[in-house]
Design a protein around this ligand. Structure first.
Ligand code: 9YT
Length: 133
């Protein structure tokens, strides 16, 4: 059994940050669950465009208020506590955080650990864990 607490991940290599978000990676590929599980904060007043070409992602909002724009169709959706979205078509999308959003994210295949967005808002498919993790 694996037991962890968010408070012990902050400031470790399981926390990865970018300009508009910080991701606390509770479960990673090395935990052998077949998915990774993240508790992610999206900063208030930001807009993030993403395109997870290599991964499927489900995102469940537990705090905050925002908007999700499906860039494939132009559709807009309200994001608030209780909203879940699943990028089952690797959909290109923009997440607008009107207030800080707290999102629980699940990735398949699981992230290895240090991935951050490339210029297209994708994560690379990493082959191996970084040294020392
Ligand atoms: C909601 C979202 O996709 N935010 C970007 C960060 C990413 N989900 C992560 O690595 O936790």
């Amino acid at each position: 059994m694996i037991v962890r607490n968010l408070k012990n991940l902050e400031g470790t290599d399981r926390q990865v940050s970018a300009d508009t978000w910080t991701s606390r990676r509770l479960l990673l590929r090395g935990d052998n669950m077949g998915f990774s599980l993240h508790d992610t904060l999206i900063f208030a007043g930001t807009s993030t465009t993403m395109h997870y070409r290599n991964h499927l992602e489900a995102v469940y909002c537990i705090e905050g208020q925002g908007k999700l724009i499906n860039l494939e169709t132009g559709e807009e959706h309200t994001v608030e506590p209780g909203t879940v979205y699943a990028l089952d078509q690797h959909d290109r999308h923009t997440l607008v955080a009107e207030t800080q959003l707290r999102m629980i994210c699940v990735f398949n295949p699981p992230l290895v650990g240090p991935e951050s967005h490339d210029g297209d808002g994708a994560y690379p498919l990493l082959e191996s864990e970084p040294a020392g993790s």
